[in-house]
Design a protein around this ligand. Sequence first.
Ligand code: ADP
Ligand code: MG
Length: 284
Amino acid sequence: NDTNCFYETRKKIGAYDLGPTLGEGAFATVRKASKGGETYACKIINTARMNEELCTKEIEMMQRAGKHANLVSLIDVVELPDARALVLELATGGEVFERICEKGCYSERDAALVAKQVALALKHLHGRGIAHRDLKPENLLLVSDAHDADVKLCDLGIAAAPCEKLDKRVGTPGYAAPEMLLATKKKTYDARCDLFALGVILFVLLGGYHPFDPMGDASDAILASRIKQGKWQFHDEAWAKISPEAKDVVRHLLAVKPDDRWDVDDVLASPWVAGSASSKPIGN
Ligand code: ADP
Ligand code: MG
């Protein structure tokens, strides 16, 4: 569309030189950027199309979140008449899932490492009162091309502030927690929704398909109904070769009731997440 074209062709924003496009979302274009020999990611948000309040909230959430090894941090903000640019720490390794697809051989330890780093990011965010609410593969980035590159969580675009009443369905259908789908003005949910999303991610990492959409053809309504009913299973073809310890973590994260679900500390205390997972390629 027109506006994105405008951002695609732009060469500079504030004092930053713009480079290739790294990613694209509904309201934002993320471009590589540089200034004084340093490289960054620049999330250019079209304030003409996106509610300015939302954009301000994303900045506030990032400032509140501050710095953490497993979180993309905010470095600068550039204000323009029709747009705002968030200058971010650059993650050059791309999205976690692209790497897995390229890799071919993947081990339980690789999956456990992703789970651990996401859990550490969540512990930090939740500790500051922030619920991410949009945890999904596209928002997990790798800091470099190295084999053992760290994972960083990005996109606080719909993160919720402390004390905010959480009664709205937001985020991406296949990753929404049951209690979020069932939320009403009287029945709110909390940051534990992020742990359900981590369960879906871990299921996909280990099983190679989506727990609530095994055939890849489910509508949003079907996804929601399966999520609310906890309708998923470990299909033998994919899961016979996965360890009981790994399955145990997934099962505890996909619990329908938040009270039954593992919290961040449970995840981090699990020996499988903490380091006992096998480094043998899955299936061998
Ligand atoms: P949206 O709110 O539109 O989803 P995101 O913040 O998730 O925007 O960014 C969209 C995409 O841009 C991401 O999925 C990722 O591929 C890329 N991206 C975002 N931030 C960075 C970053 N710091 N480094 C590298 N790529 C990034
Ligand atoms: Mg995103």
